[in-house]
Design a binder for this molecule. Structure first.
Ligand SMILES: Nc1nc2c(ncn2[C@@H]2O[C@H](COP(=O)(O)OP(=O)(O)O)[C@@H](O)[C@H]2O)c(=O)[nH]1
Ligand SMILES: [Mg+2]
Length: 377
């Protein structure tokens, strides 16, 4: 005959682990109902040898939830007032949890939806203005060239050299303006792929928490499971782009190492199809992943200074076109020399950079080792 073992265990309830009836009474919450239904309460009473209560609870199990709960209140001598207070405390906890869930990300989504509307409205007037600007620049260039060729002055006139110098300066300024305009246009064309949304580019070292932040913005969760992904509303649209030059060569021309890299890239692309960023992945492929959500395009760069750091034009294109660069650093190793150099470089390019410190919730192993070392010495 099998012997039933009644191993003692504490009942997690109302934020504590109850060892006796009094602790349950003082921390009584609706959790008790679930414990009664799934058999945990019966096991707990049996393990504590509380025979009378055990019999009473077993007799209640046929009842519906309301009757069962009020019966459990009687068994545990919980007064209706106490009952009310615990219900209120539980409600407050639920409100707080809901608040945490809704506020920052929901606010961001609302702001982004609004932003998309503003982008669309602004776009309507941009094309004609660009054409007007282009016409004015061509007209100016033509006038300068006519003026420089027809000054009407004799070659030995002392003003001839002054006019030539001035024209040279004007021509140089014009060339610079034209270069600025065409760079701006290239950015605009590049940006058109993103539906003119707010472009956020996340960079930082490998394991700095970049992908987790991206997933949080996309789904409200750092590493969402399938059900969170399927239920997401609005739905982020994930994409992946190869930036390694090798990725464009025909397979027959690739070396074994390049082929391997290409295979990894395909795996990475697969991850993009998973509709989230891979968290904790050791990035070894040069690819850029991102998602579009409402008025936002979010780009997750592979870690900077990683072995296959992207130096391609595409990565640079994203950086140039980005409205905001989030520079992520782990709180265990913030502000390393290379991080600061990278940030200084971005700031010099006139980019708006915000630093995000991740893993603030964690005690680093190094800190713990240091503490132990101090204790020992
Ligand atoms: N505890 C904690 N872990 C984090 C945090 N951010 C990221 N992680 C973990 O750190 C590891 C690396 O994160 P990941 O987002 O893949 O970094 P990435 O390489 O910069 O994209 C993963 O195991 C994450 O779960 C955080 O704020 N707190
Ligand atoms: Mg990552």
């Amino acid at each position: 005959m099998a012997i039933k073992k009644n191993i003692k265990f504490d009942l997690p309830i109302g934020g504590i682990r109850a060892k006796n009836m009094q602790e349950i009474r003082e921390h009584f919450t609706l959790e008790i109902l679930e414990y009664a239904r799934n058999g945990t309460l019966v096991k707990w009473l049996r393990s504590r040898k509380l025979e009378d209560e055990l019999t009473a609870v077993q007799a209640l199990l046929e009842l519906d939830d309301d009757a069962l709960f009020s019966g459990l209140c009687t068994v545990f001598s919980v007064s209706p007032r106490q009952n009310l207070l615990t219900a209120l405390a539980q409600l407050r906890g639920e409100f707080n949890a809901a608040k945490v869930d809704v506020s920052p990300r929901q606010n961001l989504l609302t702001a982004l939806a609004q932003l998309r509307g503003e982008f669309n409205a602004a776009k309507v007037g941009i094309k004609p203005r660009e054409k007007t600007l282009e016409r004015a620049l061509s007209e100016l260039a033509r006038s300068v060239s006519i003026a420089s060729n027809n000054s009407g002055l004799k070659e030995d006139n002392f003003l001839t050299q002054a006019v030539a110098n001035t024209n040279e300066k004007i021509t140089a300024s014009l060339a610079k303006w034209r270069a600025d305009v065409s760079r701006q246009q290239r950015n605009t064309e590049f940006r058109e792929q993103f539906g003119d949304s707010l472009l956020v580019y996340v960079c930082g070292k490998v394991k700095a928490g970049k992908s987790s932040i991206g997933n949080y913005v996309a789904y409200g969760h750092g590493d969402p499971n399938r059900s969170i992904i399927d239920a997401a509303e609005p739905t982020p649209e994930f994409f992946c782009e190869a930036i390694a030059e090798d990725a464009k060569k025909p397979e027959a021309e690739l070396t074994a190492a390049e082929l391997e890299e290409k295979r990894k890239l395909a795996a990475q692309r697969n991850l993009a199809e998973q509709r989230k960023f891979a968290v904790g992945a050791c990035e070894r492929t040069a690819s850029i992943q991102g998602f579009k959500l409402s008025g936002l395009t979010w780009i997750d760069s592979p870690g900077l200074h990683s072995r296959t750091e992207p130096k391609g034009e595409l990565a640079q294109g994203y950086v140039d076109a980005a409205d905001l660069i989030l520079y992520s650093m782990s709180s265990s190793q913030p502000g390393r020399k290379t991080d600061l150099e990278e940030i200084a470089d971005l700031l010099q390019k006139g980019k708006r950079v915000e630093v995000v410190i991740t893993r603030c919730d964690m005690t680093d192993v190094d800190e713990m080792m240091l503490e132990n070392w101090f204790l020992k010495s």
